[in-house]
Each structure stands twice: as structure tokens, then as C-alpha cells.
Design a protein around this ligand. Structure first.
Ligand SMILES: Nc1ncnc2c1ncn2[C@@H]1O[C@H](COP(=O)(O)OP(=O)(O)OP(=O)(O)O)[C@@H](O)[C@H]1O
Ligand SMILES: [Mg+2]
Length: 261
């Protein structure tokens, strides 16, 4: 039973707050959160990316951030990277050290991320959530009642079924679901018209239907860019980049933020 009472803090974050979530692990939440944040920034929005996967943080590695946040009078300045303001538990621990905490400390850390960081003016805050519907997700729902959600799944029916739990939790806690992102939907070899549905078909659509929402994007599998330091950040020349730019436009439309371009 979840007994902690946490204060609502969403007034501290300006603009639209969007949690990227799923009941299932490894479906691409962090990759989607980072690339969506980057595409929104590319379209002229002021964007923060907060890694709320306290135990399994991955955003610093994904964005290849090696610097740490600075502090001024006890307040933290988020790390600026690729045009985003970024905060992660990974900045606060020694090199890849495991976090061994119990639930109540998680709530404190979330409060710290929102209360003690100077976020400044923002159009969007994108939250990368850990898999499942555990303590962090519960705390996030309590602390950020205005937060909207994007649910990520792969097209596999079993994955969509597990992903659904996050959607059900969002509905129960009256969070608006913006839609479903179906990730790893198919593989299309370069120079080929043929699509291979490696993880099956239709999971995203089914999940969206169950949650009474829409599929915002169906993202293909893409071979990581091995020559760079950020293989999971999809560069302008890649197919996935086009998909993420379209997703960002859709998200902006749904959240009624006029493009600044
Ligand atoms: N469209 C894609 N094409 C190819 N690889 C992908 C794609 N999306 C994600 N991946 C890869 O899949 C792996 C899992 O992605 P990611 O870490 O974003 O998932 P996650 O849901 O955040 O996982 P966790 O539940 O552990 O937080 C990573 O290696 C990532 O690079
Ligand atoms: Mg993740």
C-alpha cells in the first residue's frame, strides 16, 4: 500500500509535462523520451528532459553527457546538452554506482528534482519513467497531477498487454493520455520497399483502442549509428528522425503549443 503523501509540484515546472511510460521494460521509453525531446527542441521549443528512472538511469549515457550539474546557493542548474536541460540521478552518483534505496527516499529524490533545480522557462518537460507501475510512477502521479502521458509498446500482443497497465494507472489517476507510440514496429532494410514485422503486428493499435486513445507514431527498428557517440539519437539523415519530427509536431498540436518557428 502506498501511504506517502507528496505535495503537488507541477506549478514548479512551466509548460506541458509529458511522461513517457510503459508497464513493460525495454520497449524504448528512454529512446523515445530523448528523441521526442530533441525533436521538440529542434522545432524551437524550450525543453527539459528528466530521467526519473532512479535505479536504472540511462539518459546521461544515451545523450553521452559527461558533465555534472553545477549548484548555486544550494540550487541545481540542470545540465545543458543538445539544446535540452537535463537532469538524471546518474549525475548525482559516482560512476555507474547502483542505487540501493527504499521507496520513501525515491519520493524525496523526486521532490529534490522538482523543487531544488532551477528549470527556468520551459515549453515542455519530458519525463523518462522506469518500467512498470511502481513507486516512482505512483509518486509522479501524485506530484504532477497535470502531467500527460505517452504509453510506449512494441507491436507484440503480450508486450501491449503489459504496457496497458501503465495506461490503466494513468486513467485511474485521471492523467490525460496523449496516445500510444508503437516502437520497433517493423524493419525495412535500406533501399528496400519490404517491411518485416519482426515482433508481430497490431499491438499498438489494440492498446490505443483499449485506452480510448490513438497511435501517435509507429516507429521502425533502425540499426544504431555506430560511428557516433550517441547511437540511439537519430540524426537528421535517418528515417527515424523524420518519424520523431512528425511525432513532435503531433504532440505540439495535441498540447496546443504554437510552433515558435
Ligand atoms: N526503434 C528502435 N530501433 C532499434 N533499436 C531500438 C529502437 N528503440 C529502442 N531501441 C534499442 O532498444 C534498447 C532498449 O531501449 P530503451 O533503453 O530506450 O528502452 P526502455 O523502455 O527505456 O528500457 P528500460 O525499461 O530498461 O528503461 C536500447 O538498446 C535501444 O537503443
Ligand atoms: Mg529506460
Amino acid at each position: 500500500m502506498h501511504e506517502r503523501k507528496l505535495r503537488s509540484v507541477d506549478h514548479l515546472l512551466k509548460g506541458t509535462i509529458i511522461a513517457v511510460t510503459s508497464g513493460k521494460g525495454g520497449v524504448g521509453k528512454s529512446t523515445v523520451a530523448a528523441n521526442l525531446a530533441l525533436s521538440l527542441a529542434e522545432q524551437g521549443k524550450r525543453v527539459a528532459l528528466i530521467d526519473l528512472d532512479i535505479y536504472g538511469f540511462s539518459i546521461p549515457k544515451l545523450l553521452n553527457i559527461t558533465s555534472r550539474p553545477k549548484t548555486i546557493n544550494g540550487k541545481i542548474i540542470p545540465v545543458g546538452a543538445h539544446g535540452l536541460s537535463v537532469m538524471s540521478m546518474g549525475f548525482l552518483v559516482k560512476e555507474n554506482e547502483p542505487i540501493v534505496w527504499r521507496g520513501p527516499m525515491l519520493g524525496k529524490m523526486l521532490e529534490h528534482f522538482f523543487n531544488d533545480v532551477i528549470w527556468g522557462e520551459l515549453d515542455y518537460t519530458i519525463l523518462d519513467l522506469p518500467p512498470g507501475t511502481g513507486d516512482v510512477a505512483l509518486d509522479m502521479h501524485q506530484m504532477l497531477p497535470q502531467c500527460k502521458e505517452i504509453i510506449v509498446t512494441t507491436p507484440h500482443e503480450a508486450a501491449a498487454h503489459v504496457a496497458e497497465r501503465a495506461g490503466t494507472m494513468a486513467i485511474k489517476t485521471k492523467h490525460e493520455i496523449l496516445g500510444v507510440v508503437e516502437n520497433m514496429a517493423y524493419f525495412q532494410p535500406p533501399e528496400s520497399e519490404k517491411k518485416y514485422y519482426l515482433f508481430g503486428k497490431g499491438g499498438g493499435q489494440k492498446l490505443a483502442h483499449t485506452l480510448g486513445t490513438e497511435v501517435l507514431a509507429s516507429l521502425p527498428l533502425e540499426i544504431p549509428n555506430e560511428d557516433g557517440e550517441t547511437p540511439s539519437i537519430y540524426k537528421e539523415s535517418s528515417t527515424l528522425n523524420t518519424h520523431y519530427m512528425t511525432l513532435a509536431e503531433k504532440v505540439a498540436e495535441l498540447t496546443n503549443t504554437a510552433s515558435l518557428l
